[in-house]
Design a protein around this ligand. Sequence first.
Ligand SMILES: *Cc1c(COP(=O)(O)O)cnc(C)c1O
Length: 230
Amino acid sequence: MLKENLINVENNIMKACEKAGRNRSEVTLIAVSKTKPVEMLQEVYDQGIRYFGENKVQEMCDKMEVMPKDINWNMIGHLQTNKVKYIVGKTSLIHSVDSLKLAEEIQKQAIKNNVVVDILVEVNIANEETKFGISKEETIQMVKDIAKLDHIRIKGLMTIAPFVENPEDNRLYFREIKQLSVDINNQNIDNVCMDILSMGMTGDYMVAIEEGSTMVRVGTGIFGERNYNK
Ligand SMILES: *Cc1c(COP(=O)(O)O)cnc(C)c1O
């Protein structure tokens, strides 16, 4: 079943790339495996997937221990400062940096571990109260502030678009984020390159790719629905 799901997602990614005149290699598929057992992760891994996304520190660390070592682990969920120490040096990318305080803690732990940590700044593009992330207006200043931390490399922006029935409803939000990343790049801030745009989930990743996404985070589309009351 997972194999068919993956083929389906892969076909959709290729279709969206083609439609947008983009190369398939510009888009990384992250399999969002939160709440799913390692057996299922292994099945997806065996199909060639090497990018996984998790939203809880403990769960990610547990899975890291038992899964193969060549996986790129992506922290995509809200990160509390007191948990940063458990993942610095172990994740390939933290997508969810939404405050200077969090960035400063990442810097502190990065120095301790003698590593440089790749991060994305999370933007709450629709200003939804239920979501983390900083507003579009605050983003450039936040990027400038975080850029001063020399053990952090800002690689781009991440956003979680609103939950919508029709993915077309999110197109303008994706376009806004893309434009914002272009604007930031044009400022030539030291230590900042907007290479990555992490946007698009099961419901809207094709539209996100058409609007310039370079990382899509797909959970349900690969692993099926999540059951939170086990
Ligand atoms: C759970 C989650 C996803 C995946 O959502 P699906 O709709 O299941 O694809 C993507 N990004 C973030 C930040 C998530 O928490």
